[in-house]
Design a protein around this ligand. Structure first.
Ligand SMILES: N=c1c2ncn([C@@H]3O[C@H](COP(=O)(O)OP(=O)(O)OP(=O)(O)O)[C@@H](O)[C@H]3O)c2ncn1[C@@H]1O[C@H](COP(=O)(O)O)[C@@H](O)[C@H]1O
Length: 108
């Protein structure tokens, strides 16, 4: 089965390796980390606002923008999809995390 997210990740890796005329991803890599992080922040805020407004299609669009910019950030920082999958898998071993969360908050 096609893994759209993996395909996106691989496209972004290719954009980092080789310049492509008219590529927005190359433009972001050229601008550097501060620009990439600014876009992640913007898209995150827009996702929050869209969810608050409650129009599903708009929220899906903003989530897609956010995931794309997060992917550019990951590639820029040398973080692979497997790095994130491994962390999620580790967490999946454990359920019933609510108590831990409250303990952490009480102690901070
Ligand atoms: N998923 C995306 C994606 N989501 C959003 N965007 C671009 O992100 C930009 C964000 O728009 P904004 O209005 O926030 O920003 P802007 O005003 O255009 O520019 P700046 O604020 O960044 O200066 C738009 O130009 C969108 O086209 C994306 N650009 C690329 N991709 C993926 O990346 C692949 C490679 O794209 P290129 O690198 O352009 O070839 C594509 O096939 C897609 O799969």
């Amino acid at each position: 089965m096609r893994d759209t997210f993996e395909e996106l990740y691989n496209t972004v890796v290719h954009r980092k390796e080789a310049k492509e005329e008219g590529s927005y991803t190359c433009y972001l890599f050229d601008k550097g980390l501060d620009k990439i992080l600014k876009k992640v922040g913007e898209e995150c805020s827009e996702t929050i606002i869209a969810a608050k407004n409650g129009v599903k299609a708009d929220t899906v669009g903003e989530i897609s923008d956010l995931l794309y910019h997060l992917t550019v950030m990951m590639v820029n920082e040398g973080i692979s999809l497997n790095d994130v999958k491994a962390e999620l898998d580790k967490r999946a071993q454990k359920t019933g995390n609510l108590k831990t969360f409250h303990q952490v908050n009480r102690n901070s």
